[in-house]
Design a protein around this ligand. Structure first.
Ligand SMILES: [Zn+2]
Length: 456
């Protein structure tokens, strides 16, 4: 029996050094330095070069696919397994960090730095997993292709380009989510709602800047002196345990309501400031938009009121009214939905249009695709078994999520690790971290999983 965990620990220093090298590059999308062979800017190009350099250093065949993505081939067979990770990161608010986000720091057996958990650390873990199999000379029937892109955080144009120019591996995984294994990812869809409503006492309503976040703050401007609203608004805030303010602004009143932000794929974890604001405003106004939002979104994260609710193998369809801009009768709103694979675009759009018609509003939408791999398939089962064998965790089961990963960009691919269930790695937040033990455990699990799938 090969002890893959021990093999991972033997390579600890090299693994940490390579993550440190990647972490030093602030590979955030930067259109201002984009150009030929660096479509996502200079820093993403540097990160790609650094990763290719790691492969060359170790004597492997490497390929740069025009600065969009690249790969490292380990082994010689024609057939291959793919391991997909990303080199780009989300921006940092340096004020919120206790250390320099672009200097990997080791403290209390943990790594701190932008990308250590999403996704530079897990990508390096996947690379070393393949390297372990290679260095142990294990008998395999496929080569291992480590594929890395530079645009996962802003739409994955990298993988679209890459697979337009490169063949699909037979199957693969992307260490960019959670263990045990993710067999399903809902389809993401954004509905832009627009139109005109009659001008009335509601002057403006504003909330949210990103559709994929539950809006935390909503502002509304209403005709009339604040004194007439003060008592009822305060009562409303108290009844709903919300924070907010009301004040005079010129000859109108400014309302602010503070809810709680959350990721759009888990809207029930947030408090949508817009829907609560509109729930209050219906008592003051006949405004069609306000009534639309109250009737169709208030206290409903799952589309019941829009007549689109669905709950299947992948869990519920979720709805987040993420952005609202309303001024002088003009409506612009964006809704982020996460849709299980059983729901068709046609049905979804038909039901939403029926609702919108009643309020005189229109929609445009852009729907991605869902991913669903049979949880009983060999791929999902093998990955899950590798996880169980190295962790002893029989409790957590393969799952479906609302987010989207690189797994959607090729057939027979799922997200696998590198996060362990219940651990907060502060992904996309300040002070992103991962424990060295989690990272090495993931490396061992990846090595075992790859070997089980490709051994002779
Ligand atoms: Zn990621």
């Amino acid at each position: 029996m090969i002890d893959f965990l021990e093999e991972a620990y033997k390579r600890k220093d090299d693994i940490l050094k390579d993550i440190e090298t990647l972490c030093r590059i602030p590979s955030v999308l930067d259109e201002s330095t984009a150009g030929e062979h660096q479509p996502f800017g200079k820093a993403c190009r540097e990160a790609l070069d650094a990763m290719l350099e790691i492969g060359k250093r170790d004597g492997y065949q490497c390929k740069d696919v025009d600065g969009y993505a690249g790969h490292i081939d380990i082994g010689n067979h024609e057939d291959m397994i793919g391991v997909l990770g990303h080199l780009d990161v989300v921006p940092c608010n340096k004020n919120g960090w206790l250390t320099d986000p672009y200097q990997m720091v080791i403290k209390d057996n943990k790594l701190y730095g932008r990308g250590v958990a999403d996704d530079k650390g897990p990508l390096i873990a996947g690379y070393y997993a393949a390297k372990i199999i290679d260095e142990l000379n294990l008998p395999v029937k496929m080569k291992m292709r480590i594929i890395f892109g530079c645009n996962e955080e802003s739409g994955s144009a990298c993988m679209k380009y890459y697979f337009n120019h490169m063949p699909f591996p037979s199957f693969g995984f992307t260490p960019d989510a959670e263990f045990p294994v993710v067999y399903g990812e809902k389809a993401g869809v954004h509905f832009e709602i627009y139109g005109d409503v009659e001008k009335d006492n509601i002057i403006g309503i504003y909330a949210g800047t990103r559709a994929n976040i539950v809006p935390e703050v909503c502002e509304a401007y209403v005709v009339g002196n604040y004194k007439q609203y003060k008592e009822s608004y305060q009562q409303f805030l108290n009844d709903n345990h919300l924070e907010g303010t009301i004040e005079e602004e010129g000859n109108h009143t400014k309302f602010v309501l503070v809810g709680k932000s959350a990721h759009a794929s888990l809207p029930e974890e947030g408090i949508n400031a817009v829907t609560y604001m509109c729930h209050y405003l219906v008592s003051l106004s006949q405004n069609r938009l306000v009534h639309f939002i109250n009737d169709c979104f208030y206290d409903d994260h799952y589309g019941q009121k829009l007549n689109i609710a669905y709950n299947g193998m992948m869990g519920p369809l979720t709805v987040n009214l993420g952005i609202l801009q309303y001024k002088d009768g003009k409506v612009s709103a964006t809704i982020d939905m996460r849709v299980p694979h059983e729901v068709t675009e046609e049905n979804l759009v038909k039901n939403i249009e029926e609702k919108l018609e009643k309020y005189g509003l229109s929609q445009k939408h852009d729907m991605g695709k869902a991913l669903y791999i049979d949880p009983e398939s060999e791929l999902v089962q093998s990955l899950h078994n590798a996880y169980v064998e190295l962790t002893g965790d029989h409790t957590h089961q393969p799952q479906a999520i609302g987010g989207g990963t690189y797994a959607k960009s090729m057939p027979h691919c799922v997200a696998f690790g590198a996060g362990f269930p219940g651990v907060d790695y502060k992904i996309h937040q300040n002070n992103e971290e991962i424990s060295i033990d989690d990272l090495l455990k993931a490396t061992g699990i990846f090595a075992k999983a790859i070997y089980d799938l490709i051994k002779k």
